[in-house]
Design a protein around this ligand. Sequence first.
Ligand code: PLP
Length: 475
Amino acid sequence: RLAPSAALVASVSQGAQQQELYDTRALQKLDSAHYMHPFTDHQELAAKGARVMVRGEGIYLWDSEGKKILDGMSGLWCVNVGYGRTSISEAVYRQMETLPFYNSFFNTTNVPAVRLAALLVELSPPQFNHVFFTGSGSEGNDTNLRMVRRYWELMGCPERQTIISRHNAYHGSTVAGSSLGGMGGMHAQGGLPVPGIVHIGQPNYVEAGRGMTEDQFGLAAAGWLEAKILELGADKVAAFIGEPVQGAGGVIIPPATYWPEIQRICDQYGVLLIADEVICGFGRLGAWFGSELMGIRPDLITFAKGVTSGYVPLGGVLVGDRVADVLIEKGGDFNHGFTYSGHPVACAAALENIRILLDERLVEQVAQSTGPYLKERFASLADHPLVGYADSCGFVAGLNLVRKKGAVVHDCEAFKPEQGVGMICRGYMFGNGMIMRAVGDRMIIAPPLVMTKAQIDEMIGKIRFCLDATLADLQ
Ligand code: PLP
């Protein structure tokens, strides 16, 4: 172990030069020998070999075999402005040459962080005048947990500690993030959730709304929050957290009545409202923030992903006046922060990314033009024999694969989970140059916001082709 082998040095320098030709097998072998991936079964990975991504341009990726892939998931819900934006790499390069790093602890700051904070305040709803930066969305939600508890201590209500979240929510992978989230698979590993976090049902009409209209169900699902607050005692509840549209849980789009009723309940009981906009922010739903679309006034907004389009890691919390004023006026030191809070390079990337979103009017485009077009084209997939229902909001969409269609969504007959139909379909997508994610038998997309109408047509064509292949496979 004194020196790396010549072959390893050669493969590393090949990566550094970004050559077009890669030895896929050798990379896969090194990958499975040494790289522990997030959310991955490593025995399966070793058997199949990882797909090695090497390049991106616009909405397309290329793998190490030279295969072109349409990225229907924007990387991981984040590459909002698409791949290959040289102006972002140039902004990053310039910042690295000028000041690659300095921290924001102990009364120091840096120029990109100041400018970005001011710009985010400008873009966000009026109750926001402060920003706390983190390195990721998970750290943003950890920050939320600490901030809301500190807020209630300073308000003289230290017993208001409990945060209410929802089953099947995703709020990150740190201990607080995964506890705030409601993913059973995550809670089953390592004694989660930590105390002081409880979960109510998600507003999933298809799963739980039988016998009700969507509007009736929205009110009923919001009522679960009120019931939980009354069960715990309002004087014990610090905050409610939710994604405007649940992303990783399977693109669960709530009925229109849901969020306004949640807001009413939070107001009535004085409970803080946290909108986790790690996915929904920065144009994903056709608004700068999904909260605006849902008609709510959150006290805190978590952001990450789209703030830099994933080019460099950055996350944070928009801190509303209700919380910020108390922390600032009464709080003294808030003993919380990260080495990379307000990282100048990440903030420079975010500034350029937001300039692109503004200059190219991408948020308006999703709201007024490509979003409605995607809605119409995606809905047309519902005529496919495998599709029970298909819905979308801005640039997120999902469809459910069903064994038998029904007259109403609740009458569709599901496949047996052990058939793994979603994974079969995902396999056909991958094999045919299309990235679409499977959450059980729900197939979801969140394409880059730069996707054109012609590219939407291309994507819908690929999805239909792969649905046909899946159907043929099952027969
Ligand atoms: N919150 C939501 C809604 C997310 O979708 C994610 C990531 O997918 C996170 C938080 C965690 O963000 P990160 O992976 O940057 O920690």
